[in-house]
Design a protein around this ligand. Structure first.
Ligand SMILES: NC(=O)C1=CN([C@@H]2O[C@H](COP(=O)(O)OP(=O)(O)OC[C@H]3O[C@@H](n4cnc5c(N)ncnc54)[C@H](OP(=O)(O)O)[C@@H]3O)[C@@H](O)[C@H]2O)C=CC1
Ligand SMILES: O=C(O)[C@@H]1CCC=N1
Length: 272
């Protein structure tokens, strides 16, 4: 079996690292990447096969497109003759199955996945949508890949992938944004950078561990920190008066809208 990644950037690297840590072998993974430095690093770090665009790809059980959405049309149409009717998995944000099918002269066996970068440490979560033409074996292989990098949620309505993109695909960036802000807050309280880093990261790690191990929902856990008339109450009041909760909801909504917009933009200029 060979899974060939087309594109060896951030998300492909996270998936490959996770897959290798969970039982896939270097012989089972191949990556096509134009950047000489990135390609050499992927080959030497992970012991996987590599090639540059334009070179023949191995006969693959599945081909996984991990290029930018704007690159997908050119890359997929060029590779179609080599891919034949193998399973195609796309992680490109916004690009719908029917659009990718049209990029590939009507290719049918397509699964659309929206993973996230915690895949690298097997703590990812992926949304998955399968076209009608995929086989049970295709689903099982995709499921095995995604199991190796974390959790998965399969949806029957492709539109839900836009929502998953907004929550868990882009979500790690929102969390890192908050972590960075908490570090900046610690710096503003006079702590040295390494102490600020430790305070912010361990607070996040501890809170997430507590939430995952608790019967209480996040709202209740928040209440348990918030003593009446105390410090947290004052901080939460500041967050509420700045409408931070509503802003997070609006931010995710903007991400989902961008996913739909990418789908429209990049699906528009192709023959029906
Ligand atoms: N990053 C994330 O958190 C997530 C990303 N995604 C999706 O994953 C895809 C990749 O994103 P990301 O990894 O962040 O982007 P990157 O830019 O890091 O990766 C894309 C890679 O594809 C390479 N590439 C360009 N042209 C070709 C070609 N002809 N053949 C093979 N490879 C090529 C690029 O090389 P070069 O840089 O030299 O052009 C680059 O290394 C996107 O479609 C994105 O929507 C989905 C979920 C999460
Ligand atoms: O920002 C992006 O478009 C990609 C998709 C989800 C996360 N990164």
């Amino acid at each position: 079996m060979i899974i060939t990644f087309i594109g060896g950037g951030n998300m492909a690297t996270a998936m490959i690292g996770g897959m290798l840590a969970q039982g896939f072998t270097g012989q089972e993974i191949h990556v096509v990447e134009p950047d000489d430095v990135k390609r050499a690093a992927l080959g030497s770090q992970y012991g996987i096969g590599t090639s540059a665009p334009g070179e023949a790809i191995p006969n693959s059980t599945a081909v996984l497109f991990a290029v930018k959405p704007q690159q997908l049309k050119a890359v997929a149409s060029e590779l179609q003759p080599q891919i034949g009717d193998a399973l195609v998995i796309s992680i490109a944000a916004g690009i719908r199955v029917d659009t990718l099918s049209r990029f590939m002269s009507g290719h049918q066996r397509i699964i659309r996945v929206m993973p996230n970068t915690p895949a690298l440490v097997q703590a990812g979560i992926s949304g998955v949508y399968a076209s009608e033409a995929v086989t049970e074996a295709d689903r099982a292989l995709t499921s095995r890949i995604l199991d190796s990098i974390g959790e998965q949620v399969w949806v029957d309505d492709e539109h839900q992938i836009d929502g998953i993109t907004a929550i868990s695909g882009s979500g790690p960036a929102y969390i890192f944004y908050f972590m960075e802000a908490l570090q900046a807050a610690a710096r503003a309280q006079g702590f040295a950078p390494e102490v600020a880093h430790k305070l912010a990261y361990q607070t996040f790690a501890g809170a997430v561990k507590l939430a995952l191990n608790s019967e209480d929902d996040a709202g209740t856990l928040q209440q348990k920190v918030t003593s009446k008339g105390g410090t947290t109450e004052r901080a939460i009041k500041a967050l509420e008066s700045s409408e931070v909760r509503q802003t997070i909801i609006a931010a995710a909504s903007a991400a989902a809208a961008r996913s739909r917009e990418l789908g429209e933009e990049l699906g528009r200029d192709i023959e029906p």
